[in-house]
Every structure is written in C-alpha cells, then in structure tokens.
Design a protein around this ligand. Structure first.
Ligand SMILES: *Cc1c(COP(=O)(O)O)cnc(C)c1O
Length: 327
C-alpha cells in the first residue's frame, strides 16, 4: 500500500501502482562528511529496486508501467543519452511486466561508466535507435510514434505520472520524521536531470506539511530545468492528482524550492573539479560511490551550500543512483 493511496483512496483505481522495490528506503547520518555546520543524512534511493537495477527511475516506473497498461499500451517509447539509467531501468522493469521499450538516444560524453551502460542497454532487449542529436531524435520520435503507437515518455520518465513517485517518497520521509527516525529536515538535496524527482519532492513535502526545502542541483543543460520549469512540473503533477480524484488543499508551489545552477560545469555528463572532489570526499568519509553525471554534482552542491545558508535541521542527501546493485 502506498501512502498516497492511504491519503487519497480515490487514487487507488485511477492512479494504480505496482511494487518494484522495498520501501521505506533507509536513512542514516553521515557524520564527518562536511566541515560545515549541517548535520548531513543520506536517504538511500539507490537501495530501491528488486529487478537487478535500482535508483530513482525504478520509483517512477512503479507508476508509469501501470499507467501504460491503463492506456492499453504494450510499448513505451522514450529518449535519453547513450548512458541513460532511465532507458535501462524502463527496459528491464517493463520487460518483467510485458512492456517492450523503444529508445531514441542522443550522444553524450563517453567514459567507462557510459561504455558499460551501453553494453547493458544492448543486452537488455531494448529496440535502440542512435539518433545522435536532438533534432534527429525529434524526427525519429515522430516516425516511431506513427509506426508503433507507444506510450511516449519524456527523458527521465519525468511527466506528471513519473513525478508522483517522488510525491510518495516525500510522504515516506514525512512518516520517517513522524516515527522519530530523523528530525524534520531543513533541506533535501537532489540532482536534477529531468526534474521529476525535484518536482515530486516539492509537491510531496508541501502535502505532508513539512517546512523542508528542496535544494535542486541542476546537472542537465539539454532540457529547460529552471525554477519555472520545475514548479510547472510540480503543478502538472498536482493537477493530475486532482483530475484522478484527490482533493488537494490550496498549494503554494515553488515556495520550498531552491535551484542551484552552478554545478553543471560545461554541460550534461561533463566532469567538474568540484564533483570529483565531492566524489572522493564521499567515498573516503562515508563509503559512498557517487556517479559523476548526477550524484557527485548534487553532493558538490550540498558541500557548497553547507555553511553558506543557515539550517534548521538535518540536510538529507537523496542518493538517486542505483547501479551499484549490479556490482
Ligand atoms: C535520472 C537520475 C537523476 C535525476 O532525476 P530526475 O528525476 O531525472 O531529475 C539523478 N540521479 C541519477 C543517478 C539518475 O539516474
């Protein structure tokens, strides 16, 4: 049972969810990680996912796979970079539930991490179209839509239904606060690759009545991911919940959002010195294995923030990276 369905029973049928991992994901303090005053905690979303691949994309698929079925679709078409965590999770979990995945992939900087990911993608059974550029992807998607009539999902699975996953995670965190596992967090910190995670958290924290703010560290420059875009996605998610029968209170979306745009470096997937340092520090002090594209940049954002902004409680780092489950 999801917390969202308990709060809004009318969503049980209109917005179904399948279980793909074990919740709640664990929380633990990371003492000694920073020199700053913040008490940093980890919420380990990488631990989520029972199908050989984990992380935040699996959370989204819990809602997106049933939505595809609700629409009578047996194929999902989606887009991403050639190292896409999203495309791989979609293919593996979709396959387990009778859904084929078609991917149109654009180029991104290639390192060992991306090379390994491409191998996994090739073995996953996805139908892959290497479209290289954004313009060619758009053309290919139009053609593939006509040919296969799939359920189209944007990059990262970040449509309104995908964002619902992180509404649920925020409600889960609120229950962990209520159960005294952690004090009310001052901030949660996450990477922003396509926005669904940050937008869902914003909406969910507000619904839960927490005054926790979202420190959203932008790591992707190929999509519009500014305050307006993230707030817009949170609003679309709220509208979806209302359309499907939830009676939501009046919302002040965006009030709890802080967008950090200075950790991107020269672009999506391009390494930065700050992220390298954050990766090494997190490995040494907390035994974490952050990835260079998302979570190391988010951690760099947290480190820069700590000491610069006063906090009122713990700062929760959302580790969205799942691939370590394969190691
Ligand atoms: C996709 C991804 C993110 C970003 O989440 P969005 O909801 O797309 O913004 C963060 N971390 C990892 C490891 C990811 O794969």
């Amino acid at each position: 049972m999801t917390i969202l369905h308990e709060l809004f029973p009318r969503l049980r049928d209109s917005l179904p969810r399948i279980q793909l991992g074990t919740a709640p994901t664990p929380l633990r303090p990371l003492p000694g990680l920073t020199d700053g005053p913040a008490e940093v905690w980890l919420k380990d979303e990488g631990a989520f996912g029972d199908g050989g691949w984990g992380g935040n994309k699996v959370r989204k698929l819990e809602w997106l796979i049933p939505e595809a079925k609700r629409r009578g679709k047996s194929k999902i078409l989606t887009v991403g970079g050639i190292g896409t965590n999203w495309g791989l999770a979609c293919t593996l979990y979709g396959r387990d539930h009778g859904i084929e995945t078609i991917l149109a992939l654009v180029d991104q900087p290639v390192d060992d991490h991306v090379r390994e990911q491409m191998e996994r993608l090739k073995e996953s059974g996805a139908e892959i179209h290497f479209t290289h550029t954004k313009a060619r992807t758009v053309a290919e998607v139009i053609w593939l839509m006509a040919r296969h009539r799939p359920y189209f999902l944007p990059a990262g699975g970040s449509n309104a239904v995908g964002a619902v996953a992180y509404v649920e995670v925020a409600l889960e965190l609120a229950e962990q606060v209520r159960a005294s596992e952690i004090e009310e967090p001052s901030h949660v910190v996450c990477a922003v690759g396509s926005g669904g995670t940050a937008a869902g958290l914003m909406l969910g924290l507000e619904l839960a009545g927490l005054s926790t703010k979202v420190l959203a560290v932008v790591v992707n420059d190929s999509l519009r991911l500014d305050r307006k875009a993230l707030t817009g996605l949170a609003r679309k998610c709220a509208d979806l919940l209302r359309e499907r029968g939830a009676e939501l209170p009046v919302l002040n979306l965006g009030d709890n959002l802080i967008v950090v745009e200075d950790q991107l470096g020269t672009g999506y997937g391009h390494p930065t010195e700050a992220a390298k340092q954050a990766h090494d520090l997190a490995a040494e002090k907390a035994g974490l294995d952050l990835d260079p594209v998302y979570t190391a940049k988010a951690m760099a954002g947290l480190l820069a923030f700590d000491g610069e902004t006063p906090t009122t409680g713990p700062v929760v780092f959302i580790d969205t990276n799942g691939p370590r489950q394969l190691q």
